[in-house]
Design a protein around this ligand. Structure first.
Ligand code: FAD
Length: 449
């Protein structure tokens, strides 16, 4: 009898299903092998470049606990920072990790710890515990000042700090307030909302303007922010986790109006000294006696400078609030992170056109997001921006700058210099209040959720 007749229709179907399964599996295995090869190449390139240290909080994977499910490699909004290499997640782009912690949260087997600093290069952070209370009891740190960036993290920390501070109030000594919240960025706003929710007597002071670092973002900047729970309000979330700067500030302002949160603007915190059971806090508006103090002052205070003559002239600036003020100008932007790259893009896009040079100290744009890198490289191809790698500013003159470009002296005409070289953490200020500074070498900081 013919073979096909012998196995019948059912047998034929089974053979077909098996054949399709084998083909699908073979294709899947081939694409996995290709992805693995690419990820391994990326990892090797990172190791070769020496750029193996993350700047912020980053994931450390315990290979003994990891199940190899790969979920952590798919959740990061920054892209392929973690990728599967030989069955385990590997940090292939450490310099792009900004500490979202979504990989850590998504791990079903707790194989990820969020850590700071590498074994060779430690990272300095203020000394505080899992409640965000520093070694000076009653004095808390919340938000970016503690070493962790991002709006959602700042909100969570503000809430934790206020919750702990209020739960541990000692009302036996007289004071003006239970809690003094310093700074009205996301951490300070969240801490203040928690104070209102828990009916604590508090004040929130802000040396500049409500909104913190967000207030200083360039006009119409698209802010990425993951959902975060605001006390009294609930989840703060936006479509696709994006919102324009002005709308975010308006959202927070509406929240303040709704719950009656009044921020005292233009009031600067100077220092805090413990006197018995209360802190005597010196501010630009006088002394405030507070039972607890939450420092939510961020890290934007002291921008890194070049240390050159003429740096304090008007042509040099450390922020870009209004790109439209630059029209038909010759501009140098210094830095390799997102702030610098976005600033270069914004000034290069202006109607009347600007001549824009982006100066990068290293030989690649390894610190900014992939989409920012792609965009600026496209702009360079279109002749809108000139990117100079391995280049720094040597001299600043009213109408020109002298550059050191790979050891060569180059002079270009210049009207403005925009410096985005990061900020100097205010550790001396913290030390003056007795707060310790510790160095972490690939260790966890505190709780990260
Ligand atoms: C260019 C740029 C783009 C960014 N984009 C994003 C993004 O898209 N998504 C995201 O999640 N994060 C982003 N971030 C990071 C985010 O802005 C910060 O992590 C966040 O604002 C930190 O909040 P914070 O409350 O800790 O501090 P801040 O927002 O810095 O607020 C601190 C406040 O304290 C005040 N202050 C300081 N010293 C004193 C004092 N002595 N007395 C009184 N007040 C004081 C300051 O004036 C400031 O208003 C970006 C940062 C930058 C620089």
């Amino acid at each position: 009898m013919h073979f096909l007749q012998r196995i019948g229709n059912a047998g034929l179907s089974a053979i077909l299903v098996l054949a399709v399964t084998v083909v699908v599996y073979a294709l899947w295995a081939r694409s996995r092998a290709k992805a693995n090869r690419k990820a391994e190449e990326k990892l090797q390139a990172t190791i070769k470049s020496g750029k193996t240290d993350a700047y912020a909080l980053y994931p450390k994977i315990d290979p003994d606990k990891c199940s190899g499910c790969g979920i952590c490699t798919r959740v990061c909004p920054e892209g392929d920072i973690l990728q599967m290499v030989n069955g385990l997640p590997a940090l292939v782009s450490p310099t792009k990790c900004v500490g979202h912690t979504l990989c850590y949260r998504s791990c079903p087997v707790d194989a990820i710890t969020m850590v700071f600093g590498s074994e060779k290069t430690g990272k300095q952070v203020p000394d505080y515990n899992e409640n965000y209370e520093t070694n000076v009891r009653g004095l808390y740190i919340a938000g970016e000042l503690g070493g962790m960036g991002l709006i959602a993290n700042a909100i969570k920390q503000g809430v934790y700090a206020a919750t702990h501070a209020i739960a541990n109030l000692d009302k036996s000594a007289p004071a003006d307030v239970d809690v003094l919240v310093v700074g009205a960025g996301p951490a300070g706003i969240a801490a203040s909302l928690k104070c209102i929710e828990l009916k604590a007597n508090f004040r929130c002071i802000e040396q500049n303007t409500f909104g913190g670092t967000v207030y200083n973002f360039p006009r119409q900047k698209l802010v990425m922010s993951h959902p975060a729970a605001l006390p009294l309000i609930g989840k703060m979330s936006f479509p696709k986790n994006r919102i324009v700067k002005e709308d975010l500030l308006k959202y927070w302002k509406d929240v303040c109006l709704k719950v009656g949160l009044k921020v005292e603007e233009r009031v600067k915190f100077v220092n805090a000294k413990i006197n018995g059971k209360v802190f005597e806090v010196e501010t630009s508006a006088g002394i405030v006696r507070a039972r607890k103090v939450i420092l939510a002052v961020g890290v934007g205070g002291t921008p890194r400078k070049l240390g050159l003559p003429n740096e304090d002239t008007e042509k040099v600036t450390f922020k870009l609030s209004d790109p439209e003020q630059y029209q038909g100008c010759k501009i140098v932007v210094v830095g390799a992170g997102d702030s610098a790259v976005e600033a270069a893009q914004r000034v290069a896009e202006q109607k009347l056109g600007n001549t824009v040079h982006l100066l990068v100290r290293g030989d690649a744009l390894s610190r900014c997001k992939e989409d920012n890198k792609t965009k600026i490289e496209q702009m360079e191809k279109a002749g809108l921006v000139h990117i100079f790698y391995s280049t720094g500013v040597k001299e600043i003159h009213p109408d020109r700058v002298v550059l050191d470009k790979k050891g060569e002296r180059v002079e270009i005409a210049n009207d403005y210099i925009i410096l985005f070289m990061g900020t100097i953490p205010p550790f001396d200020f913290l030390k003056s209040m007795g707060i310790g500074i510790r160095t972490l070498y690939g260790e966890p900081l505190s709780k990260t959720d």
